[in-house]
Design a protein around this ligand. Structure first.
Ligand SMILES: Cc1cc2nc3c(=O)[nH]c(=O)nc-3n(C[C@H](O)[C@H](O)[C@H](O)COP(=O)(O)OP(=O)(O)OC[C@H]3O[C@@H](n4cnc5c(N)ncnc54)[C@H](O)[C@@H]3O)c2cc1C
Length: 412
């Protein structure tokens, strides 16, 4: 066995979607120096979206999650070190200290440390039947308990909670979702779309509580029930908590790298406040030229694109980050694809019927399409991406009229 390197031209911390993409993009873009890809999970970079979808339901295998086999990275001459975390960063010495006691020196450093689930801060939140949905390890543990007939209580009506609910129903569990805000998906979508998803989940058998938080978890050593703020007791065999993500910024923060709005601050070229250190993915508060502002995003397309932006900067051919965000969610037979940022919209135009399970909703601001949600309409989604990217001003009546070919509005 060859010994792990003690120094490398580029060290990537975090072997997730973004870290893996930085490594392979560096080679694609012609980088010939030494590269170490290092992560604390014991796996080659993998896709997280199936964790709350096909991997939880058992339709996808563990192997199918891996983005590339380890041999592919090795053929690219990327040194892989998985199952070991970075404890601290000494910028003056350009040195990382690892939890296994070793050190690793870098020329350029990439932080792609993602995030961790926000925990429920209540007694009982660490009982063995309370679960989070972020890693393969989380799902392997959850799957041991995820059986037909079990009472599953999901805290949080965001994407992850609702996707888990849909898998729970599919697998024959009795599912309850508790959302503290007045509606599900409140932070990401219009009230009309939230209402649509609430109807869908209820029609499939989910019991839904909105506008009420969790007061306490009952039972010891296992949670047997969840008491809501209005004193309703919901019996539980399993609890899933999906209440958001905390970006892993501590390594950067402790080393004095600028952190703001919960993320590692990077410029349009993915560079941090230290010119030798870049960051990509969920952990960043990044500048997007398209919107002319900084933002934090949690999505695969963002992690991948930022990974490529980092590689471009390191090889000396910097490209400014200007991608329009997009995302998807699978629940039951519904594929939701969304593009853009809907904040600040002043009109919602629906193409198709909200009472059906196939329609698109367009968010307009001063007549310009700034965002869209397409439900089971992949072709319209492709056009919606262009409408948003090109900031097309549309006629709302035409947009809503299904006899008007959507593509024809691109020329408007
Ligand atoms: C259940 C689930 C479903 C999702 N569904 C979708 C979806 O449908 N569509 C979509 O676009 N996005 C989805 N996402 C979001 C998407 O997966 C993330 O945005 C993406 O994984 C972010 O990639 P990343 O590389 O920034 O972070 P991660 O993939 O989280 O990778 C970061 C890695 O760094 C490691 N790390 C952290 N600190 C250290 C350290 N100090 N030393 C070593 N290693 C460290 C972490 O353990 C982790 O392995 C989903 C996420 C989850 C959890």
């Amino acid at each position: 066995m060859t010994h792990p390197s003690t120094q490398a031209d580029v060290v990537i911390v975090g072997a997730g979607q973004a870290g893996g993409e930085v490594a392979s993009a560096l080679r694609q873009q012609g980088f010939t120096g030494s590269v170490v890809l290092l992560g604390d999970e014991p796996y080659v970079p993998y896709r997280r979206p199936p964790l709350s979808k096909a991997f939880l339901s058992g339709e996808a295998t563990l192997e199918s999650l891996f983005i590339k086999a380890q041999t592919v990275y090795e053929k690219l001459n990327i040194e892989c070190r998985f199952g070991v975390g970075v404890e601290s960063l000494d910028r003056a010495a350009r040195r990382l200290r690892l939890y296994d006691g070793t050190t690793l020196d870098y020329g350029k450093l990439v932080l792609a440390t993602g995030g961790r689930p926000r925990k429920l801060s209540l007694p009982g939140a660490d009982h063995p039947n309370v679960h989070y949905v972020r890693t393969i390890a989380d799902i392997l543990k959850l799957k041991e308990q995820f059986g037909a007939g079990k009472k599953l209580v999901i805290v949080g009506g965001g994407y992850i909670g609702l996707e888990a609910a849909s898998v729970g129903i599919k697998k024959g569990l009795e599912v309850t979702v508790v959302e503290a805000l007045p509606r599900v998906l409140a932070r990401v979508t219009a009230p009309e779309i939230s209402a649509f998803y609430e109807r869908v989940h209820k029609s499939r058998g989910v019991k839904l509580y909105t506008g009420v938080g969790v007061h306490s978890l009952e039972g010891d050593p296992l949670v047997t029930g969840v008491t809501l703020a209005d004193n309703t007791l919901v019996p539980a065999d399993i609890v899933i908590v999906g209440i958001g993500l905390i970006p892993n910024v501590e390594l950067a923060d402790m080393a004095g790298i600028e952190v703001s709005n919960g993320g590692i601050v990077v410029d349009r070229y993915a560079q941090t406040s230290d010119p030798d250190i870049y960051a990509a993915g969920d952990c960043t508060f990044h500048e997007n030229v398209f919107f002319d502002r900084r933002m934090r995003l949690e999505s695969v397309p963002n992690a991948m694109e930022q990974g490529r932006i980092v590689a471009a900067a390191i090889v000396g051919k910097p490209v400014a980050y200007s991608a329009v965000p997009w995302f998807w969610s699978d629940q039951y037979e519904l594929k939701l694809q969304m593009v853009g940022l809907s904040q600040g919209y002043d009109q919602l135009v629906v193409r198709g019927s909200l009472d059906s399970e196939s329609f698109s909703a367009f968010y307009l601001k001063d007549g310009v399409v700034i965002s869209a949600d397409a439900i089971n309409r992949p072709q319209e989604f492709m056009v919606a991406k262009k409408l948003v990217a090109d900031r097309i001003k549309v006629d709302a009546a035409q947009l809503a009229d299904e006899s008007v070919v959507l593509k024809s509005l691109l020329a408007a």
